[in-house]
Structure formats: structure tokens, C-alpha cells
Design a protein around this ligand. Structure first.
Ligand code: CAA
Length: 262
């Protein structure tokens, strides 16, 4: 991956084809403020263009994935500051990345931190994780997609309860409710598990991975009939790829597929 110097995040490539982004604003428990989000957006969009990278892992520290939007940065904002400058809109840029993003949540994932986690394509957590949408306690609402993504993930009943009470929930609860795909015993196992998954995905055809991610994410926006039609278009399209021939011939010949990513 291209080596950039970032102040509030760290970028490494610990496995072949895998980039690891670590949110790194320890003094404020990775509270999300504009300079950090700008770096995250620069970094993820450059990784999306980087042909040596196939999957991205996003994590924080063992203490905090991110403790929310920076309350001190937000406090003085007026309506015209917020509306006029589309406050928070660019926070969802990460959802425009075409490569899979795997979130590994340890410690606090509150408010905007929980919302950022929910933007990831696959979400892992550990037993140390504390999720929550505490915005109600600050006199606001979750403004970075939380009301929508939490409701999609855990259903309206639980989402409404969590958002109106501001109660926290654990990594294990998040797994039981289907918000996270796996809950690990500790932070290290969680990040390693995310890297293992990213490395596995990096071993597949990039074309097929891109289509799978695109199709599954459409399920969040489209009705089932339109979603299935969308899926079928992508499915038909993949018969125009070399990797479809390579994958199926390798199966027939009992060989390992050597993907061309085309
Ligand atoms: N914004 C700004 N600073 C924050 C912060 C946040 N969201 N969360 C923590 N910090 C800062 C604290 O102010 C503190 O800084 P100082 O040392 O300069 O005082 C430092 O990080 C360490 O935090 P604590 O001393 O509070 O640590 P703790 O272990 O006692 O408590 C915590 C941890 C329970 C996470 C507590 O920090 C907390 O409740 N944080 C706020 C959580 C929150 O309300 N998040 C939602 C924000 S609103 C939002 O996100 C809007 C949206 O939808 C996008």
C-alpha cells in the first residue's frame, strides 16, 4: 500500500493483500473529528485504487474503537454550520469503497463509533466491546446512519429500545442479535480473526469479491424482487470474466485456481 504519513490513523499491510487501518487518537478514545475522518477518507479511497490491496481491516485500540463524534468539536455548532457544511455526510464515504472493509471492534464503540462500525461490510467484536447509541443523552440523535443501520441489523424493536434509552450493549449481545458476525474472547484474537478473514478474501478473484459485496449491500437498499434481479444481472455479468472460467476449470481439474482478477 502507498505509504502516507497520517496523524490520527495508522496504516500497515500485515498480510498479503491486506491493509490494516488503526484509529489512533488515544487521548480522546478515538473520538471522531474532522481531521481524523478526512485522513480515513483519504486513506480508504487510496487503498481502493491500490491494486496490491484486496481487503481492508478497520480497528481502534483495545480500549476504544471510537467513543463517538467529538462532543467538544460539535458543541458550538449552529444549524447553519451543520446544514451549510453537510456536517457528518462525508463520514459515510467509507461505504463507497468497493473493496471489503472488515471492522474489528474492541472497547468502546459509542455514537458515531458504533455508526462507523456498522458501515463496515463484515463486523467482528470481542467480549471487551461496548456498543451503544447514547446520543439521546446529549439531546441529539444518531446522525451518521445509526437509526437506519441499527434497525436493519437488529430489527426495529431492539433498535428503538437502544436508541431511545441510550443503553449500551456488549460484543456478545451484538453477536446474538446479528449486528456482528463473530465475537472473540479478546482484542488480539478479534484483530487477528479480522486479518485472517481479510487474507482469505484476498485469495479470491477480485472481480467476484467486488460483485459479492455489491450484491449483498444492495439487499439493504432494495426490495427482495429488485434485489434478486440486481443479483442476477451481476451473476450473468460474471460469465464474461476470465476468473469464472479459471475457477470452474480449476474445480473440474482438481487444481487450485490461479486468478487473473479479470
Ligand atoms: N468526544 C470528545 N472527547 C471524548 C469523547 C467524545 N465522544 N469520548 C471521550 N472523550 C475524551 C474525554 O473527554 C477525555 O478527555 P480529557 O482527558 O481531556 O478529559 C478522554 O477522552 C478520556 O475519556 P474519559 O475520561 O471520559 O474516559 P472513561 O474511561 O472515564 O469513560 C467513556 C469512557 C464512557 C467512553 C466516556 O468517555 C464517554 O461517555 N464518552 C462519550 C460517549 C458519547 O456520548 N458518544 C457519542 C457522541 S455523539 C455522536 O457520536 C453523534 C453522532 O451520531 C455522530
Amino acid at each position: 500500500a502507498a505509504e502516507h504519513k497520517y496523524e490520527h490513523i495508522q496504516l500497515t499491510t500485515p498480510r498479503p493483500g491486506v491493509a490494516l487501518i488503526t484509529l489512533n487518537r488515544p487521548k480522546a478514545l478515538n473520538a471522531l473529528f474532522s481531521p481524523l475522518i478526512n485522513e480515513l477518507n483519504t486513506c480508504t479511497s487510496s487503498l481502493d485504487r491500490d491494486t496490491s490491496i484486496s481487503a481492508i481491516v478497520l480497528t481502534g485500540s483495545p480500549k476504544a474503537f471510537a467513543a463517538g463524534a467529538d462532543i467538544k468539536e460539535m458543541a458550538p455548532k449552529t444549524f447553519s454550520d451543520a446544514y451549510g457544511h453537510d456536517f457528518i455526510e462525508s463520514w459515510s464515504n467509507i461505504t463507497r469503497i468497493k473493496k471489503p472493509v472488515i471492522g474489528a471492534v474492541n472497547g468502546y464503540a459509542l455514537g458515531g463509533g458504533c455508526e462507523l462500525a456498522m458501515m463496515c461490510d463484515i463486523l467482528y467484536a470481542s467480549k471487551t466491546a461496548t456498543f451503544g447509541q447514547p446520543e439521546i443523552k446529549l439531546g441529539i440523535l444518531p446522525g451518521a446512519g445509526g437509526t437506519q443501520r441499527l434497525a436493519h441489523a437488529v430489527g426495529k424493536a431492539k433498535a428503538m429500545h437502544l436508541i431511545l434509552t441510550g443503553d449500551n450493549f456488549s460484543g456478545e449481545q451484538a453477536e446474538q442479535w446479528g449486528l456482528v458476525a463473530k465475537c472473540f474472547d479478546d482484542a488480539e484474537a478479534c484483530v487477528n480473526g479480522a486479518l485472517d478473514t481479510a487474507e482469505k478474501i484476498a485469495g479470491y478473484s477480485k472481480i467476484a469479491v467486488k460483485a459479492c459485496k455489491e450484491a449483498v449491500n444492495k439487499s439493504q437498499d432494495l426490495g427482495v424482487r429488485e434485489g434478486v434481479e440486481y443479483e442476477r444481472r451481476l451473476f450473468h455479468g460474471l460469465f464474461g470474466s476470465q476468473d469464472q472460467k479459471i475457477g470452474m476449470e480449476a474445480f473440474a481439474n482438481k487444481k487450485k485456481a490461479e486468478w487473473t482478477h479479470s
